[in-house]
Design a protein around this ligand. Structure first.
Ligand SMILES: Cc1cc2nc3c(=O)[nH]c(=O)nc-3n(C[C@H](O)[C@H](O)[C@H](O)COP(=O)(O)OP(=O)(O)OC[C@H]3O[C@@H](n4cnc5c(N)ncnc54)[C@H](O)[C@@H]3O)c2cc1C
Length: 410
């Protein structure tokens, strides 16, 4: 089995700043002490398996680190952008599970900003403690890029909404407890009006979650059917018919999440690991010019993406949702997802004959990859999964449209 990423795999230079160096040390010693060995380097595709997320989240919450990027007033760690990035780097190096990205990075900040006191009281603690895992129910069969054409209807009946519709391609709904839904609460007027944001318990009668097969070969996608689902009106975030503006803020937060910087860093580290262990024609890959140059270029691009992540995260912490911030988020989404695809393709190529084999995601059964590093067996799945990265969170074409509109007034 290959050695784990060396501490220097974490590349944000914190050595020049004594406080950040001390912070990095604090995180490392916490991870050494508190990350259970059987929880490290477990399979993950963007998000870890539910049981891993929950176990890890409880450990983080005990330490007061349940939500690294949230302000202290909201129950977060209150860290700066740089501290959050250091934390993520060290978590990658230590092989921790992910947190619930949807609850942490998409919904939580929106509840903190737009939710009522009752909603914050009901939903924030379970996100922090890992007691409630979330999924995002925005897209529909006829409303993906053009999200404002959603047809899922929520009709008011006293204190509840009766919701009917069909949400397509909902990541991790099968391992989530709650879903946030973009629904139509009014049929007339401009189509961006008349949309509301509702929170629904996935155990509510009338909700069916069905798996959607994907190239990646493991279950991560679902469709969610809503058939006369009764959702309390108190589960609406913000005013009725004013959900579109909130959804835009939430979608801004999705750009930094889909950048998945920890995964990008892990891919580079894995390429270095293969470069230093695999041979072609009797020579190590890393000693071969074409491999070394390609790796160096990709690593330089990774550092550029890391700088964009830091800028976007700083704008988010400042709750800046202006035009420049929106364009930067779209640029980050474009560059980072393109890089995810090129890095995973490179990894598959670097694995040679093994690159074509797809391992089992659950780590069970006989391991045909035994002579290779532990990460090898999930690489092909990872590459196929990342084909969707330029689609989910808004396709690349749509990001280009946003950049053109916001920066050039086209
Ligand atoms: C792996 C994966 C996970 C997902 N997870 C979630 C989730 O958890 N929750 C959720 O709500 N949704 C999720 N989605 C759905 C995702 O947000 C949509 O697939 C995406 O917004 C694109 O919508 P669509 O699939 O309907 O494609 P369409 O909107 O039909 O687009 C088809 C093609 O046309 C292009 N196109 C469309 N409009 C324009 C335009 N104006 N200009 C130029 N080109 C255009 C698109 O770029 C695309 O190439 C997920 C998707 C994937 C692949």
């Amino acid at each position: 089995m290959a050695s784990r990423p060396a501490p220097e795999a974490a590349s944000l230079d914190s050595t020049a700043d004594a406080d950040l160096s001390a912070f990095r040390e604090e995180v490392r010693s916490f991870l050494r002490e508190r990350l259970p060995a059987d929880l490290a380097y477990r399979p993950r595709m963007m998000m870890s398996l539910r049981e891993d997320i929950v176990r890890w989240q409880r450990i983080l919450a005990e330490r007061g680190w349940g939500a690294p990027s949230w302000a202290r007033d909201h129950g977060g760690a209150g860290w700066t952008t740089q501290q959050c990035l250091i934390f993520e780097e060290e978590c990658v190096a230590a092989g921790t599970p992910t947190q619930d990205i949807v609850g942490q990075k998409l919904l939580g900040p929106v509840i903190n900003q737009f939710g009522s006191a009752e909603q914050r009281a009901e939903h924030i603690a379970p996100i922090l403690n890992g007691d409630r895992i979330w999924c995002q129910g925005f897209s529909e069969p006829e409303a993906g890029s053009d999200l404002a054409s959603i047809r899922t209807r929520a009709e008011r009946d006293g204190n509840v909404y009766i919701v009917n519709g069909h949400k397509a391609l909902v990541s991790h709904a099968h391992q989530a407890d709650w879903i946030f839904l973009l629904v139509r609460t009014h049929g007339d007027g401009h189509r961006h009006d008349g949309i509301s944001l509702l929170l629904a318990d996935l155990r509510s009668p009338g909700i069916t979650v069905r798996p959607v097969p994907s190239l990646a070969g493991f279950h991560h996608l679902n469709e969610v059917i809503l058939d006369n689902v009764r959702v309390p009106a108190g589960n609406r975030i913000g005013e009725e018919n004013a959900g579109w503006a909130i959804a835009r803020v939430l979608l801004d937060g999705e750009h930094a999440a889909t950048a998945d910087l920890p995964a990008l860093r892990a891919y580079i580290w894995q390429l270095k690991e293969l470069g230093g262990s695999e041979k072609v024609g009797g020579r190590l890959l890393i000693e071969q010019h074409a491999f070394a140059v390609r790796l160096a270029r990709l690593e330089a691009e990774l550092e550029a993406v890391a700088m964009m992540v830091a800028r976007v995260a700083a704008l988010e912490q400042a709750q800046d949702h202006g035009r420049a911030a929106r364009a930067l988020g779209s640029m980050l989404k474009l560059r980072s997802t393109d890089l995810q695809q090129r890095l995973t393709e490179f990894l598959v190529e670097a694995l040679g004959d093994y690159g074509a084999v797809r391992g089992a995601f659950d780590n069970a059964g006989e391991d045909p990859f035994a002579p290779l590093p532990y990460f090898a067996k999930n690489i092909a799945s990872e590459m196929f999964f990342r084909r969707g990265a330029t689609i989910y969170g808004g396709s690349s074409e749509i990001q280009r449209v946003i950049i053109a509109k916001t920066l050039f007034n086209l």
